[in-house]
Design a protein around this ligand. Structure first.
Ligand SMILES: [Zn+2]
Length: 75
């Protein structure tokens, strides 16, 4: 996949991650926790927050314990 710089903070490349529990894949900026779902145009207005995507604040550990890097999905 072509590298896309984060349109929100400009500090990192967007990377593919997935939720360990349900396998949901998404684009993440590791710098500012901005999230985009597959098929979404990575734009500042379409941005979601990582904790928003996971649905609730983590009591133990962090959101990062629930996700892992993955390969870009084929579509
Ligand atoms: Zn960012």
């Amino acid at each position: 996949m072509r590298k896309i710089a984060c349109p929100v903070c400009g500090q990192d490349w967007l990377r593919w991650y997935r939720v360990k529990d349900d396998g949901l894949t998404f684009l993440l900026c590791p710098e500012c926790d901005s999230v985009w779902l597959p098929g979404q145009d990575p734009s500042p207005t379409a941005r979601q927050d990582l904790s928003e995507l996971l649905g609730y604040p983590q009591v133990h550990g962090t959101e990062w314990d629930l996700i892992e890097p993955c390969a870009a999905p084929h579509d």
